[in-house]
Design a protein around this ligand. Structure first.
Ligand code: ASP
Length: 346
């Protein structure tokens, strides 16, 4: 049920949705929110209140970083009690990273935080921006008959699909269907009606307040395996000063070369205290380090399973846990559990 007395805060960070073409080169660059609104008179026809706030300099989301995630969290914290929901307009390129980070930084949410954007700027006649934004706004004010928000987590809404933010991945650079949630079902689908899968939603702990976190530790690296990866490259990665964690993108069910040089370098990193999380390069499915000898060898060294977590969520979770000031033992403990539905522990 749409709550017509509701208020939504629209946070405009940038992205294609509000970009304009440079007259000379045709290259897309960020533009401000008033421009976007000018192309979108439908916003005034929505019956609930929409206020907006924008980044001083709207960005291409390739420039997104932990500092800007903190800025988004502080905007939400400052306005939390005044709004029923939050819609974040964001470039698609790093939207899955931002959604993952926010899912950890906004603890015990009891209101919707929906990220959306578009593949074509709002000024283009075939734009996907209007559909995405209007429906995201409606989802942000959708409630049950007792006035409880349907969504109490960070989500991405794109091309008719509402996905858990920390389960989504950008899958297409050009199609309107730009995101997928490979290892977790869609939370809602918008057609003639918006059909919610209430039983899948992440719910806040009753009697616990929402907490806003601002510390992230970006001493985290992603290492993607490929046939031919050399000891030189691997050694250089683990020698990075202050490195605390590696998301190791392995093959299939969590497999990696079984050669001695490779296992020795990984073992050395683990012994030095670097937390290594095994995440599969496959889109669907989970790491299972008990399935093959090559996966088992990593487990025996002390590499952790990331189960079916996305790389985006694994990076954000490690930044968040180390940002809390936890020691490596505690970080490992939390990596073995799901905090906000980011992974399925088998
Ligand atoms: N480069 C753009 C961005 O991520 C792409 C988009 O918005 O779709 O900001």
């Amino acid at each position: 049920m749409l709550d017509y007395n509701a208020s939504v805060l629209l946070i405009y960070t940038g992205g294609t949705i509000g970009m304009v073409e440079d007259a000379e080169t045709g290259v897309l660059r960020s533009f401000d929110f008033n421009h976007l609104k000018g192309y979108f008179p439908e916003l005034n026809r929505l019956k609930f209140n929409i206020d907006s706030i924008q980044f001083k300099e709207p960005i291409d989301s390739s420039d997104m970083d932990p500092e800007k995630w903190k800025k988004i969290v502080s905007i939400i914290e400052d306005n939390y009690s005044q709004y029923d929901g939050f819609v974040i307009l964001h470039g698609t390129d790093t939207m899955a990273y931002s959604a993952s980070a926010l899912s950890f930084m906004l603890e015990n949410l009891n209101k919707p935080v929906i990220l959306t954007g578009s593949q074509l700027p709002i000024g283009k006649i075939r734009t996907d921006a209007k559909e995405n934004l209007i429906t995201a706004l409606e989802i942000a004010v959708d409630k049950d008959k007792d006035g409880n928000a349907f969504i109490t987590e960070v989500c991405i809404f794109f091309q008719d699909l509402l996905m858990r933010g920390n389960r989504a991945t950008k899958i297409n650079a050009t199609n309107f269907k730009a995101f997928s949630s490979f290892n977790f079902p869609i939370l809602a689908e918008a057609g003639t009606y918006i059909r919610y899968r209430h039983e899948l939603m992440h719910r806040p702990l009753r009697n616990s307040a929402t907490k806003f976190h601002y510390s992230l530790d970006s001493n985290v690296a992603i290492v993607k395996l490929f046939p031919g990866i050399s000891s030189k490259i691997l050694k250089a990665m683990i020698a990075i000063p202050h490195l605390k964690a590696i998301v190791l993108e392995t093959y299939g069910a969590g497999n990696a070369p079984g050669e001695k040089w490779f296992l020795d370098i990984i073992a050395e990193a683990v012994n030095e205290g670097i937390v290594i999380v095994n995440v599969t390069q496959c889109a669907f499915g989970s790491v299972d380090m008990n399935r093959y000898q090559s996966g088992k060898a990593l487990k025996d060294i002390g590499v952790l399973s990331g189960y079916d977590i996305t790389t985006e969520a694994a990076v954000a979770k490690l930044m968040f846990l180390f940002g809390l000031g936890l020691d490596r033992k505690e970080v490992k403990r939390y990596m073995k559990m799901s905090i906000v539905g980011e992974t399925t522990i088998e």
